[in-house]
Design a binder for this molecule. Structure first.
Ligand code: TYD
Ligand code: MG
Length: 478
């Protein structure tokens, strides 16, 4: 093996020095030096790169050699992956601690060890799984597996666990055992013997990922890495990790509640549009029977400040409940607290409501969130959020059975959203009877049976309709 040494390489200008320094002497940037392995002799190139090195005309590029996919046997996850794990791919699974990453991966391991039938009806035979844990002991993993009922039978035999943090050793083990799937839990706990930095440092995380990618590409073994997410929602370690790997998945949800949303934020082998919905129960993560309804909170009666919105997550319609609370305050700078919705959007809506719709909130603290710990960025959430704020201020619930969707502009005008038909159909299916939607240049949306579509032109009008206020009421204060 080639002798290796480490250098500290500036991520901004590429200069390399022997010792870590806070500032790069060449370009003057701060905190850009990352420990990197330097090889005396070039590394052997992965087989995939060698084989693919002759150019092929696009017209003849072979689509029969489409990636070999292995469904993991969990429908919601396979959907998000775009049909299953691709041979030789590296997947990064991110999420907050305790959200259920290790649980999900044990269930994936069980699926791989059981064998499944893929989308075209071909039976994918069972394969072994190597689960490298740097976070927990083998005993802890075993206890979790026992809880999931996975220690018995063929699965118990096919999944092997190793408590190992040396990436070189994990790669050697995988080369020797040739598992159908390698899980590394987590990338922040593994380290390369060739670097001095502690596990979890930028240099270590990147080097470990590179080594595991080399393994994946050269031996065709799919690798799933667990990555921790920091408080601000980014994957800990360098952003470069996300660029390196083929697929980035994230598990979201409120840890105290049961629901989990699985999203692909990057997918070289499929769309990043699909989401999977799970519920954490006594025996791990279970797929949710009716995801569209999963995120709706349960109330006996309509509550002021609550508005249901038919959103689209990729191609999947979900009904979510936007909740707002406004409370008078004497503080000079009132609070604007958002969770699951965009903080800036909330501030903007508060301003538009005040100037364009007579809903003055300058003397109120404002809190907004989505039920179920969901986090949504779609612009169509503007109108439901604005209505929730108005409803809370007036202390008046929306008319029973109402949903609302639409984008709000700075002038208090409303804009329609894409996929309205699908959203309305789903709302109707779940028993909603009235939808407030913006007027659209494309004409009146078709109303599915059972739901009355109320088209509105402005935010002020939407509020009047939603709260069933007489026309004069919402002009109060303007
Ligand atoms: P875990 O998979 O360890 O999370 P992560 O790897 O993302 O840190 O999940 C931990 C939580 O899930 C823990 O609070 C216990 C809960 N849990 C269940 O509710 N049911 C189960 O069957 C299992 C295995 C865990
Ligand atoms: Mg874990």
């Amino acid at each position: 093996m080639a002798r290796t040494q480490s250098r500290f390489v500036c991520q901004s200008c590429g200069a390399a020095v022997l010792r870590w320094e806070g500032q790069c002497r060449t370009c003057g940037e701060w905190n850009t030096l990352v420990e990197t392995v330097v090889h005396d002799a070039p590394r052997p190139r992965p087989a995939a790169a060698r084989a693919g090195s002759a150019p092929v005309a696009l017209a003849r590029a072979d689509n029969a050699t489409d990636e070999v996919r292995r469904p993991v046997g969990i429908g919601e996850l396979d959907r998000v992956l775009g049909g299953g794990l691709v041979a030789g791919s590296v997947v990064l699974l991110g999420g907050e601690p305790g959200i259920g990453k290790s649980t999900l991966l044990l269930q994936v391991a069980a699926g791989v060890a059981t064998g499944v039938v893929n989308a075209t009806g071909v039976r994918i035979p069972p394969a072994t799984v190597l689960y490298a844990t740097g976070e927990e002991s083998v005993r802890q993993v075993r206890l979790r597996a026992a809880r999931l009922g996975l220690t018995e039978g063929p699965v118990g035999e096919a999944v092997s666990v190793v408590a190992e943090t040396g990436v070189g050793r994990i790669v050697d083990l995988a080369r020797a055992e040739r598992p159908g799937l390698l899980v590394v839990d987590s990338v922040q706990t593994v380290a390369s013997e060739e670097l001095d930095g502690p596990p979890g440092s930028v240099g270590q995380v990147r080097e470990a990922t590179l080594r595991l990618m080399e393994l994946a590409k050269s031996d065709g073994i799919p690798v799933v890495l667990v990555g921790h997410v920091t408080k601000d929602g980014t994957l800990a370690g360098p952003k470069t990790l996300e660029h390196l790997v083929d697929v980035v998945l994230s598990v979201e949800g409120d840890r105290t509640g049961g629901l989990r949303l699985l999203r692909a934020t990057k997918n070289r082998y499929g769309s990043t549009e699909e989401v999977g919905v799970f519920e954490m129960g006594d025996r791990g993560l279970a797929e949710v029977a009716d995801p569209a309804r999963a995120f709706l909170a349960e109330h006996d009666a309509p509550a002021p400040g609550s508005v249901v919105a038919p959103i689209l997550e990729g191609s999947r319609p979900l009904l979510v409940e936007v909740q707002a609370l406004v409370a008078p305050t004497a503080a000079p700078t009132p609070r604007r607290t958002a969770s699951g919705v965009d903080q800036n959007r909330l501030a903007l809506l508060v301003a538009v409501l005040g100037r364009r719709a007579g809903i003055g909130l300058s003397g109120h603290d404002v809190y907004a969130n989505l039920a179920g710990g969901l986090s949504v960025t779609e612009p169509g959430l503007d109108l439901p959020l604005a209505l929730a704020l108005a409803s809370s201020l007036r202390d008046r619930p929306l008319v029973t059975g109402t949903v609302a969707i639409g984008e709000v502009g700075l002038l208090g005008e409303l804009r329609s959203v894409g996929g309205l038909d699908r959203r309305l159909r789903e709302a109707a299916r779940l028993g909603f009877t009235r939808a407030i939607v913006p007027r659209s240049s494309r004409g009146r949306p078709a109303a599915p049976a059972g739901i009355e579509v109320v088209v509105v032109g402005s935010l002020a009008e939407a509020i009047r309709v939603a709260l069933a206020e007489p026309a004069s009421a919402s002009r109060r204060g303007t």
